[in-house]
Design a protein around this ligand. Sequence first.
Ligand SMILES: NC(=O)c1ccc[n+]([C@@H]2O[C@H](COP(=O)([O-])OP(=O)(O)OC[C@H]3O[C@@H](n4cnc5c(N)ncnc54)[C@H](O)[C@@H]3O)[C@@H](O)[C@H]2O)c1
Length: 461
Amino acid sequence: MGVGREGISRRSFLRVAGAAAGTAALSGVARAAEETAADPSADKRPLKLGIIGTGWQGKVLMKNALKVPGIEFVAICDIVSTRMDQAQQVLTDGGREKAKTYADYHELLKDKNIQAVVIATPLHMHAPIAIDAFKAGFDVFCEKCMARTIDECKAMLTAKGDHMLQIGHHLRYHPIYHIAKARFIDSGLLGDRINNIHCAWNRNGAWRKAPEEGVQVPFGQWGFANPDELWNWRLYKKFSGGLMTELASHQLDVMNWYLGDQPPVAISGVGRIDNKDGRTIFDNVHLIYEYPSDVQMTYESITTNAFNPYGWEAYEMIQGNKGTLILTHLGNPLGTTSRMGYMFLEPGQSQALWMMTAPKVKFDTGNLRKEYTQAVVVGKPAAEGQIAGFKLSDLVDAEGKPTKETYELEFYDFKRAVLDRKEPFCNGEVGLKSAIPALLGYEAMEKQARLVVPEGITSLK
Ligand SMILES: NC(=O)c1ccc[n+]([C@@H]2O[C@H](COP(=O)([O-])OP(=O)(O)OC[C@H]3O[C@@H](n4cnc5c(N)ncnc54)[C@H](O)[C@@H]3O)[C@@H](O)[C@H]2O)c1
């Protein structure tokens, strides 16, 4: 597969973006056309969930899912009993009944009270548990990254049959990413040509968790050789893709979405281990992704320096010939989490439309040239798009601050998927396409070569 020579015109960028994943990965704006006007928070129908894996993210998901009217957790499973105690605490703190507990997920899957299953285990268990859940007749919400290998992602899609599968790429449910796409890219404000993207997620810390004292775990049964492998599964290649599947996967997913959910055509990269503490996974990664139509994306993630001139830890920078869009979902240098996106106009461009688009702020750019010291903020949208049945304009306040958590919106979407048989916005096909750049990116760094992505890589055959 060759890379086009023309660069990507806005029209072809949009055509590519608009063709997004034929089945269900419609853009937020396209999706709006098919939505009803009903208020999703008025839907009180019950949905009884079982959750497998109640560590950090499992509890985050529970807290947010419980904000959705009708959602209850009736069964919880973890191989560590204290994790289940903590999950019970989430339920009682939320004024709910305690759930039935299971130390083995196979037993949870026999529970007749459950309508659907949530998976928030380490990555290597996503596919085996999801496939067993489908066989047991359940719809599945599975955390990102979809699975440890591309073959496992495909096995999940094959096993799923008519069941629903939603993958937890939560930035697909972040209003700022919907607003930014519609307002700055689809509108043409960023320019006629978008050739360059740079994303980063930098931290300063070993990413290592201290083991919980005195906890008994049946290690052998679940593939962990010792307690450290359980607590720090992210640092070991047999369980995880490290920074690529844990952090990069979020940003690669959004850029995939913006680029029409097409896989890159080639990937090169350099990976290294900076924390020499026995981990087997790169904790310093630099990659170049070549997407169709001459879009290059560079990506970096390191664990020894968290400096980021645009925001807290993570940012994505999309450069068109008329301007630059910077998105920072974790916060920004102005000290407010409400402003998560900026657009800087290239010198010499007409400011008329740009000025009307959203609030303009003084941006303390220090030594940057004068033209760049004012930026347009991704603020409240007029009436563009919907997420999980909510109007986008209702999901941000006047300051542009999101009014609902992404994780909450994910569960509004999952509820519709289960009860109304409506494909979730971030479904299994999206999950596979977003896993490809994360997993093949790691492979490219290991091979130390330019890895040409095979044509038809998304095919299940
Ligand atoms: N969407 C997001 O923003 C986000 C953020 C953090 C983590 N995650 C994802 O959530 C998942 C879990 O990450 P985490 O940070 O919660 O990790 P964690 O280590 O805190 O929690 C994982 C839990 O799974 C349990 N577990 C392990 N094997 C099990 C098995 N066979 N059966 C049942 N339970 C098992 C562990 O005991 C632990 O409690 C990962 O896929 C991760 O990528 C997503």
